[in-house]
Ligand binder design. Structure first.
Ligand code: FMN
Ligand code: SF4
Length: 454
């Protein structure tokens, strides 16, 4: 492991007062678009091979090999191919893509143009989160520059034979549109409901055509790989999770913010070196990759923040986005979990019964516990519910339900005593007088059990 210089943030100084947006001329003056010019002389297969060799894994949550994903796109073209760029970034605790887009939009556009060449895509759609007004404007201006300078458009990339169009598409602000097939539906102008798979997007994606979907940070790793090679990329990170990584650090920290380091740093290092140490009390817990990945507990400071250690030793779903929410010893874990589950109940698209009903039901139980009316059987019920929902038990279409399950599972298992103390064996029953509320927008709606149907 050796992270000696910033890669993705090489144009973004740590000193906030010195930061600016790098427009086309500044970007080119600092080495920008040199990798794209290199890619023009490479075949799509050579680019895919190089990215595969680099070991680049997707930075949007699942950590899937970028090169392998690109290789699934049919080699023989029978019509248009598309690239969908996931800039939806709605996972709570995650704000790394916003930071990159604010300062270095052309680094993304260069990554897009290279990926499009590698996968023979005719058009790229940047699907950006509805609330990212400023970043959408930055992208639109950078895109206009890139068109004017011959990166995109029908004259071909810098006059070459590869023609790529690129569009910025603003989302309407729903978390589920970050799920790749929900994104495709929204892009097509429909309700953002995730699709059943197969067929996978590589075969039938946007508008029924082969489509690659990649996260902003993933694509921004591509130009440096072309510039400096796969072996260089692998000098950073761990053997199975190579490369640099953006860490979004928030919560009880002295210096919250977005930091670049390499994959495989320990949680302890992230908190004490990047985040400037704990604020207001000792370390207690950390959500490691957006709330969907679950929580790391008090004895897990040695966990390596890469795609495997967080999962296998850390007991979480994975590293996710590396959007970390660090909590000190005064944090109420019951309330923290209630916040997570309330979010899922609100954002569930409603297609799958275990997710739609389960998340609402869990939110109601957690509201009851927070309100001081918890019963021992509530904990059993929460753990039973979480086991029945998600792609992993095979009961739902998308991973939103897994996020609900894993946050519930890890919070309760790792802080069992705290939950148990709020759910006594001798709690009185029945509790029919306690209102069961779930949040709808800004309203707390009183609902009977099992009525989360929209
Ligand atoms: C509920 C849900 C929300 C998601 N939100 C995002 C998101 O906002 N941004 C993102 O890049 N990936 C998100 N993902 C992951 C995408 O489905 C997909 O795996 C990713 O965009 C692929 O890009 P990558 O391979 O470059 O990581 C989400 C997944 C789920 C299940
Ligand atoms: S798991 Fe939840 S969010 Fe995903 S498709 Fe099913 S109901 Fe919708």
């Amino acid at each position: 492991m050796a992270f000696t210089e910033p890669v993705l943030t090489k144009r973004i100084p740590l000193d906030a007062s010195k930061r600016k947006t790098f427009w086309y001329d500044d970007y080119v003056a600092t080495g920008g678009y040199a990798s794209l010019r290199k890619a023009i002389d490479m075949t799509p297969e050579e680019i895919v091979k190089l990215v595969t060799e680099s070991g680049l894994r997707g930075r949007g949550g699942a950590g899937f090999s970028a090169g392998a994903k690109w290789s699934f796109i049919p080699k023989e073209k029978k019509g248009p191919h598309y690239l969908a760029v996931n800039a939806d970034e709605s996972e709570p605790g995650t704000f790394k893509d916003r930071y990159l887009l604010d300062h270095d939009p052309h680094a993304l556009l260069e990554g897009i143009a290279i990926a499009a060449k590698a996968t023979q895509c005719d058009a790229a759609f940047i699907f950006i989160r509805g609330e990212y007004h400023r970043q959408a404007k930055v992208l639109e201006r950078a895109l206009a520059e890139a068109y004017a300078q011959g990166v995109f458009g029908q004259q071909g990339i810098y006059g070459s034979a590869t023609k790529v169009e690129c569009y910025v598409h603003r989302g309407a602000g729903a978390y589920i549109c970050g799920e790749e097939t929900g994104l495709l539906e929204a892009l097509e102008g429909k309700r953002g409901w995730p699709r059943n798979k197969p067929p996978f997007p590589a075969i039938a994606g946007a508008f029924g055509r082969p489509t690659v979907i990649n996260n902003v940070e993933t694509l921004m790793c591509v130009p440096p790989i072309l510039e400096r090679g796969a072996a260089w990329f692998k000098t950073m990170g761990t053997p199975s999770s190579p490369g640099p990584k953006m860490f979004g650090m928030s919560g009880h920290l002295n210096r919250p913010g977005v930091y670049e380091d390499e994959l495989g740093i320990t949680l302890d290092y992230a908190i004490n070196t990047l985040g400037g140490g704990m604020k207001g009390g000792k370390y207690k817990a950390a959500i490691c990759g957006g709330i969907s990945m679950g929580v790391l507990g008090p004895t897990q400071l040695d966990i390596k923040l890469d795609f495997d250690d967080v999962r296998f030793r850390g007991g979480c779903l994975g590293l996710g986005t590396a959007g970390m929410i660090v909590m000190n010893e005064h944090t109420d874990m019951v309330r923290a979990l209630r916040n997570c589950v309330r979010f899922y109940a609100h954002e569930s698209c409603g297609q799958c019964t275990p997710c739609r009903e389960g998340s609402g039901w869990m939110a109601k139980i957690l509201n009851r516990i927070v309100d001081g009316f918890g019963r021992a059987k509530d904990l059993e019920l929460l753990l039973e519910l979480e086991k029945t929902m998600g792609i992993m038990p095979g009961t739902t279409i998308c991973g939103l339900a897994d996020g609900t399950a894993w946050s519930t599972r890890t919070f309760i298992n790792k802080f069992y005593d705290e939950f148990a103390a709020r759910c006594p064996e001798d709690a009185p029953e029945p509790l029919a007088t306690v209102p069961m509320t779930i949040t709808r927008g800004r309203l707390n709606v009183v609902t009977p059990m099992g009525s989360n149907t929209r």
